[in-house]
Design a protein around this ligand. Structure first.
Ligand SMILES: Nc1ncnc2c1ncn2[C@@H]1O[C@H](COP(=O)(O)OP(=O)(O)O)[C@@H](O)[C@H]1O
Ligand SMILES: [Mg+2]
Length: 300
């Protein structure tokens, strides 16, 4: 969470390199960036005879937020379980950071999961543990010494604007605050991949916006790649039309596209009955003529 990606610094380095003439567009970590954070290749999954995901192929590039839309039962949570290795495909491959995890054992998956943050719909906090203990959970489990745990927990709670709640119990918090504690917990260890499964479900619009702002901060200031599953159109609007920047006073603010030249790194994928029926930018989604998509965009 510490550094803000400084693309100008990277391009300066590239331009002063010996091969400046031919490497104008080659940044230092170019090769690494070309490897998708998540990739599905022809992933097929069926329960009994029912096909849940029908030869799905897609990529989530570094620093990109892939918004997955679709009605209930469309296979969205199943995609997330496959990334975490909680389910295995019947055929096809799943790759994380270029590593083929399809046939990984549980022990191998534990190592991969450490690099992935997971934000569940309900926040899924342990009610008997304080906010501090909830956020620290992963570090305590790994036996990290307390003097290292505390600054990390505080840093994450600051990121979600909840440092004041550090000694509270989950029951004392509002639904939105619990959800933010869940996000702070998911971000422990600075995962470069974060998976959100309907993180704003059941929240009022201003609180839902706060959750989207956190996702935008991760995308724009931390270079995190994410899958953001939702069926709420306001989430799509926020994530596709605004971006986070740090102002002159060091505060994070959100600007709308067009106020400055920028490219918002969100892509949209729509699922229906285990198939991808749309993949692209939100502008092209809104122009799509498919009656199902139009109905979905109007809000059912
Ligand atoms: N373990 C399972 N056994 C049988 N069917 C399942 C299982 N898990 C999910 N399904 C079915 O797979 C479909 C897709 O589920 P899911 O990925 O949870 O959808 P979504 O998250 O888009 O609502 C649903 O029809 C669901 O009933
Ligand atoms: Mg689901």
């Amino acid at each position: 969470m510490s550094s803000i990606i400084n693309t100008s610094e990277a391009s300066t380095e590239a331009s002063i390199s010996e091969n400046a003439a031919e490497s104008t567009f080659h940044e230092v970590d170019d090769r690494d960036r070309a490897i998708p954070s998540i990739e599905f290749r022809d992933v097929l999954l069926a329960f009994d005879d029912r096909v849940i995901l029908n030869k799905l192929s897609f990529k989530v590039m570094k620093g990109e937020t892939k918004i997955i839309l679709g009605g209930s039962g469309g296979g969205k949570s199943t995609i997330i379980k496959l990334v975490l290795g909680l389910l295995k495909p019947d055929s096809g491959r799943v790759l994380v950071n270029g590593e083929d995890i399809t046939d990984y054992s549980e022990a191998q998956m534990m190592r991969v999961r450490k690099k992935i943050g997971m934000v569940f719909q309900e926040g899924a906090l342990f009610d008997s543990l304080s906010v501090y203990e909830n956020v620290a959970y992963r570090l305590h489990e790994q036996g990290v010494p307390e003097e290292e745990v505390e600054p990390e927990v505080r840093r994450m709670l600051r990121f979600v604007n909840l440092e004041d709640a550090i000694d509270k119990m989950p029951i004392e918090l509002s639904g939105g605050m619990r959800r933010r504690v869940g996000i702070a917990r998911a971000l422990i260890g600075d995962p470069k991949i974060v998976l959100f499964d309907e993180p704003t479900a059941g929240l009022d619009p201003p609180t839902a916006r706060t959750i989207c702002e956190l996702a935008m901060k991760l995308r724009d200031l931390e270079d995190v790649s994410s899958i953001f599953v939702t069926h709420e159109m306001n989430n799509l609007d926020y994530l596709c039309s605004e971006y986070a920047v740090v102002d002159d006073e060091g505060r994070v603010i959100f600007e709308r596209e067009g106020e400055r030249l920028c490219l918002i790194n969100s892509k949209v994928m729509m699922m229906r009955q285990g198939e991808i029926i749309f993949s692209g930018t939100d502008e092209s989604l809104r122009r799509a003529e498919d009656p199902y998509i139009q109905k979905f965009l109007r809000g059912h």
